[in-house]
Ligand binder design. Structure first.
Ligand code: GSF
Length: 207
């Protein structure tokens, strides 16, 4: 059976878990925090990042974009990436936008954790600007449509929903719902799906 290495807080891991759930693909979830000094993640991904998907032949896939594109191809259930090339590119662009917002959001989390003397407010501001511009473009491109692109759930909605959920988790002060009512509606609809409800990020329960 395939094995997903990851944490309960990583949005990129959550994206993979949601795709696995939507496509009803069986897998084992192995918790491994890449920041732990004795993490095994570097053995599976030289970049030392999660998620990593370990296939039955023990080969490994990374990063989350490669993982979800692979997963969409292994099962015909709930196609999340359209076959038509133009539509596929549109979905991948949405995913790049959402993942880019996540990269900036994670960068701010890491910068805030640095010792006061090393923390750079300029870096935090630069990354927050990327988040705000990225979310504004998500809202602009969604418009009044029920889904990010096309007329059904795709990877675009999953990636955006994960990014918005991570902002709730780590950037509560950024009131994206107030700024963008259409994104709030999309997020609320996605939150009702078991794939989303079962993967809401949380700090691991204290041991
Ligand atoms: C990003 C994964 C990532 O940053 C992907 O999978 O899409 N492009 C990659 N993962 C973080 C955890 S989290 O913040 O989501 C990670 O593994 N960081 C450990 C490190 O050494 O950077």
């Amino acid at each position: 059976m395939m094995k997903l290495l990851g944490s309960l807080t990583s949005p990129f891991v959550r994206k993979a878990r949601i795709v696995l759930a939507e496509k009803k693909i069986d897998y084992t979830f192995e918790l491994d925090n890449p920041w732990d000094e004795n993490s095994r993640v570097p053995d599976a991904n030289p970049l030392g990042k999660v998620p990593v998907l370990v296939l039955e032949d023990d080969s490994t896939l990374f990063d989350s974009r490669v993982i979800v594109e692979f997963l969409d191809s292994v099962s015909p259930i709930s196609r999340l990436i359209p076959a038509d090339n133009r539509e596929k590119i549109e979905v991948k662009r949405w995913e790049a936008l959402a993942d880019g917002v996540l990269d900036a959001a994670v960068a701010v989390v890491l910068e805030r954790r640095r010792p006061a003397k090393q923390k750079s407010e300029a870096t935090i501001k630069r990354q927050m600007d990327k988040i705000e511009r990225g979310v504004a473009v998500m809202a602009r491109d969604l418009g009044d449509n029920p889904w990010c692109t096309g007329n059904a759930l795709t990877l675009a909605d999953i990636a955006c929903g994960v990014a918005l959920g991570y902002l709730d988790f780590r950037h509560g002060a950024f009131e994206w719902r107030v700024l963008h009512a259409n994104l709030a509606k999309l997020a609320a609809r996605l939150a009702e799906r078991p794939s989303f409800a079962d993967t809401v990020p949380r700090e691991a329960a204290p041991a």
